[in-house]
Ligand binder design. Structure first.
Ligand code: ADP
Ligand code: ZN
Length: 299
């Protein structure tokens, strides 16, 4: 290859509220478009129009799609690349992969938005060199992507870390806001839960206010269970809530040694602050992850 020309990649990060379409010189973003996620037809149509424009300028080598879930990620399944039952109106059964396949003959990769973000942090960010990686996003919802030996966990479906139910802090009576489970972890610490649970909007509440105590403990409980279950070398935590309330990660780190109670070896403060961190790629972890999926689709 002359001058080491990188692959011309494109990615779609299909989010619950907004969609980001990126053009990559390899996995480096060189152009981006953003629009609100509305109906499946309108949203996929807008993404395809942008990809078509870039493809006419010079053919795309591969496309990656990171989508909100639940998403069928089993390539052998008849409904591979479709959204499964979701409370998000109009999106149950929506085809994400099929319309892109109809429009483009190049290799196309698809995975959940959080698996994509985990792949991005693994390839280029805070989780380089780590085999087992968990990427959590705490925003409107709580999602988690899991890499084992560098590969996204799929299996029967994909992990739905946001909906695990955990031991609660003694005396905490908040019922939780998940429409399915009440006090699953998403129902306890994602944005809408915090708005229901805290005495003021989270943006207006002092980080040292004791109302944050059970929130930090709930996050610690989640991290302890993930560490005991998956043996991650990195847990990268992004999303609007985590970004704006960094004290929550600090609180959780402080509580972890007590919860793990000596079981996992060297859980000192330095080890925990290496293991549990913010995404190096920031809000670009998802879009860059869609480019990593495109690169991987090329083989
Ligand atoms: P999304 O998850 O939809 O992609 P974000 O990651 O930006 O979006 O997260 C949005 C959530 O962040 C909302 O539920 C909102 O309540 C919450 N939020 C906004 N500002 C703050 C803040 N200062 N502190 C904590 N949470 C916040
Ligand atoms: Zn739930």
């Amino acid at each position: 290859m002359t001058g080491g020309t990188a692959q011309r990649l494109a990615g779609i990060e299909l989010g619950g509220t907004k969609t980001i379409v990126v053009l990559g010189d390899g996995t480096r973003i060189v152009e981006r478009r953003e629009f609100p996620t509305t109906t499946p037809d309108e949203t996929m149509g807008a993404a395809l129009a942008v990809l078509g424009e870039w493809n006419r300028a010079a053919p795309l080598d591969a496309i990656g799609i990171g989508s909100f879930g639940p998403l069928r990620v089993d390539a052998q399944a008849a409904d591979f690349g479709t959204i499964l039952a979701t409370p998000k109106r109009g999106w149950s059964g929506a085809q994400i992969l099929a319309p892109v396949r109809r429009a483009f003959a190049c290799p196309i990769g698809v995975d959940t938005d959080v698996n994509a973000a985990a792949l991005a942090e693994h390839a280029l960010g805070a989780a380089q060199g780590c085999g087992n990686v968990i990427y959590l996003t705490i925003g409107t919802g709580l999602g988690g992507g899991v890499l084992l030996d560098g590969r996204p966990v799929h299996g029967a479906m994909h992990p739905e870390i946001g909906h695990v139910r955990l031991r609660r802090v003694a005396g905490d009576a908040f019922a939780g806001v998940c429409p399915f489970h009440g006090d699953c972890i998403e129902g306890l610490i994602a944005g809408p839960a915090l708005e229901a649970r805290l005495p003021a909007h989270p943006a207006d509440l002092d980080p040292v206010d004791p109302a944050w105590d059970p929130v930090g403990m709930d996050l610690a409980e989640l991290l302890a269970q993930l560490m005991l279950t998956f043996s991650p070398q990195r847990i990268v935590i992004g999303g609007g809530v985590a970004n704006r309330q960094p004290h929550l990660i600090a609180r959780a780190r402080d509580a972890l040694p007590g919860l793990i109670a000596g079981y996992l070896g060297d859980m000192d403060a330095a080890a925990l602050s290496r293991m549990i961190c913010a995404p190096t790629l920031g809000d670009d972890a998802g879009p860059v992850g869609s480019l990593v999926l495109a690169a991987q689709a090329m083989g």
